[in-house]
Design a protein around this ligand. Structure first.
Ligand code: WT7
Length: 655
């Protein structure tokens, strides 16, 4: 049970075919069908996407151009008018789905709720009217800082309905991180809850919002809208804070969906990069709606009778695309779960599957590894026979965990889709189509139709079979991010200039290392930049370093990822201290807590090592690469000739 090593992956050549029965009933039934679709999309992408947009979505007004590509800026379905909340709700109300379960919710303490499409529509309309009542207008931004309760999805759909962009901030982020994101997005209103359940304790969300907004530090904020979840005492500020249940009693349930331009801002979602502060990834309406819709339909092979469950949090892109928008646009039944795997409830996921007869289950390798450790007796004591398809996302999955997932959870009968994608891509990019593409444990297999993914070198040339290189995409796709909010230059630099554009051909640089095998299958190896992936959460090493140096005791900090059995990677920080401070256990604890306060518990370093000096180049740059090798316990590789003082490294090695 460990992260895939290059050796284990190179030896991995098992091939698993879907059963004939699965393929026969699937949307995409054979490898030939996949290749036909892929070729069609490659030869004539505009017709491919236009046909899907016309048949799969409802438009208030047709577009006049499918794609306007001014690299690296894309516009899809130009001048088309639609509303994603209409596509997720209203259009199902005139069909039998009106009374179908849209959302099945399980709370951590054991409470639950089911909302039909008609009921969800009604609540979204009321929520939208409540937002309007608080002054939110088309074009405004709304912050959402919520636990995993139905109102999180309702708030997102309500924003989309009235043309306000949402910016969801994961409930595990600190008040400081929340404040930075609200300031950058110039949010007018924050939607939150009194608290949320997290591993048997209450996360005081409203209290964090109060801290984030203290002393008018987010000038754009006019109001907050607070959902009652946990019921503990909270401070409500007279003219600023409003209870959702109080407004709900007064607002109308009539709120027609605003016709939005295809390229109108749908949401901003902040994600970590290799430099500076987190960037606001911008997604717009039409292309995102189509891309999440069609990927959900084909990759999860959604059938109308399915109960579908993605275990992500709505604070991440996976929750946006594959709990809320993709499934609801397809009229599916989507499950939402507030709890998390924890020692006190090692069977919690399997209970939800048994209780609701979940057919399609989508989770992260880090969760799978945690469950392996908790023991097979927990899944074995539950009836998991409803499952017919499994998925993974967020990080490479090691073949051993893949096989466990297939055997113990899938009973050997369920295909597994290992889905590679990013906040920036909007939806899944490389994946098996479960009825069509045979799988290999540890490989995300092949690109989705319309996605011209390749493994290339830094000159932009494709590398040979089984050679390592950089994961890249050659052609724009509807779900792609449009820009970095407020910083188009950063968008260009970060994603489109690593590979020098040639003859007007721009290549999207994903930041991942990968190789393709002799069958063209992709094997994603992990980030090649200063981004680390801790338990499926993406963090910038520089962000954690800035948090550390903002503490008065810290002179310099260098943060690297260390391979970890359970979390994939763990955070190791090297710090040097200001003259008047000396190393102690207390200071160590304080520094960890300081990072939690600045960013959130997900960024808490597993280890902090005090050092006299950090390894630097002669020009003064910290050589993180050497520290990475050091903590990984591997031989220090690569060029060390630029190292200014070799003894620094020797000292660190001695600990
Ligand atoms: C990074 C994106 C959108 C998915 C949730 C994370 C890694 C994601 C896989 C996979 C190997 C994966 C990559 C990517 N990643 N899925 N199936 N196999 N690596 O979204 O926070 O934007 O992180 O997650 O390194 O670049 P994110």
């Amino acid at each position: 049970m460990s992260q895939p090593t290059i050796e284990s992956i190179l030896q991995e050549n098992r091939l698993f075919h879907p059963s004939a029965a699965f393929s026969q009933n699937a949307h995409i039934k054979s490898l030939d069908d996949y290749h036909r679709l892929y070729e069609k999309a490659k030869t004539d992408p505009q017709t491919f996407w236009a046909e899907l947009a016309a048949t799969e979505l409802h438009w208030f007004q047709n577009w006049d151009t499918v794609l306007d590509w001014q690299p690296p800026f894309a516009k899809w379905f130009v001048n088309g008018k639609l509303n994603i909340s209409y596509n997720c709700l209203d259009r199902h109300l005139t069909t039998w789905r009106r009374n179908k379960a849209a959302l099945i919710w399980e709370g951590e303490p054991g409470d639950s709720r089911t909302l039909t499409y008609a009921q969800l529509h009604r609540e979204v309309c009321q929520f939208a009217n409540a937002l309007k009542h608080l002054g939110v207008q088309k074009g405004d931004r709304v912050g959402i800082y919520m636990p995993m309760i139905p109102e999180a999805a309702i708030a997102m759909l309500a924003c989309a309905r009235i043309g306000a962009a949402h910016t969801v901030v994961f409930g595990g982020f600190s008040a400081e991180a929340l404040r930075d994101r609200l300031i950058d997005g110039e949010a007018k209103v924050v939607v939150t809850a009194d608290g949320g359940w997290r591993k048997d304790a209450i996360v005081p969300l409203k209290e964090q919002v109060d801290k984030a907004l203290a002393k008018g530090s987010v000038p754009s904020i006019a109001a907050t809208l607070v959902v009652k979840r946990t019921g503990q005492e909270i401070q409500m500020q007279g003219d600023r804070d409003h209870w959702w249940h109080e407004l709900q009693a007064h607002v109308s349930a009539n709120c027609p969906a605003e016709p939005m331009d295809s390229e109108d801002l749908l949401f901003i979602l902040y994600t970590s990069g290799s430099t500076g502060k987190p960037k606001g990834v911008v997604h717009t309406t039409g292309g995102y709606n189509l891309y999440t819709h069609i990927t959900t339909k084909w990759i999860f092979d959604l059938q109308d009778t399915d109960v579908y469950w993605c275990t992500a949090d709505v604070g991440w892109i996976t929750g946006h695309s594959y709990i809320v928008y993709g499934p609801l646009s397809n009229g599916a039944t989507t499950v939402m779960y507030e709890g998390a795997p924890r020692a006190s409830n090692p069977g919690c996921f399997w209970d939800v599957i048994e209780k609701h007869g979940v057919n399609i289950f989508y989770t992260a390798p880090t969760a799978i590894r945690a469950f392996i450790k908790m023991g097979d007796e927990h899944p074995k004591a539950r009836d998991l026979s409803s499952l017919r398809l499994l998925g993974t996302v967020g990080e490479p999955i090691n073949p051993e965990s893949w096989i466990w997932y297939q055997q113990i959870i899938g009973g050997g009968r369920c295909p597994i889709v290992d889905t590679w994608w990013q906040t920036e891509t909007g939806g899944i990019m490389i994946t098996a189509l479960p009825g069509a593409i045979p799988t290999k444990p540890g490989s995300a297999t092949l690109p989705f139709p319309g996605i011209l993914a390749e493994v290339i070198d830094l000159d932009g040339n494709a590398v040979g079979a089984n050679e390592g290189g950089y994961l890249a995409v050659r052609h724009p796709w509807p779900g792609m991010m449009r820009t970095v909010y407020g910083d188009p230059d950063r968008f260009r630099r970060t994603y489109w200039e690593h590979i020098p554009p040639k003859d007007g051909q721009y290549t999207y640089f994903a930041g991942d290392g990968a190789r393709r095998d002799e069958d063209g299958y992709f094997w994603v190896m992990g980030r090649v930049d200063d981004v680390i992936n801790v338990a499926g959460h993406r963090l910038g090493t520089m962000e954690i370093e800035s948090a550390l140096v903002s503490h008065p005791a810290v002179a310099e900090a260098a943060v690297v990822g260390k391979p970890d059995e359970l979390k994939g990677q763990d955070i190791v920080a090297f710090v040097t201290l200001e003259g008047t401070y000396s190393a102690s256990d207390e200071l160590l604890k304080e520094l960890k807590q300081h990072v939690v306060k600045e960013i959130g518990a997900i960024a808490r370093p597993g280890e902090i090592r005090f050092a006299d000096a950090l390894p630097k180049t002669r020009s003064g740059k910290i050589m993180r690469r050497l520290l990475r090798d050091l903590v990984s316990g591997v031989e220090i590789s690569g060029d060390t000739s630029t190292l200014e003082d070799r003894s620094v490294l020797e000292k660190l090695r001695e600990g």
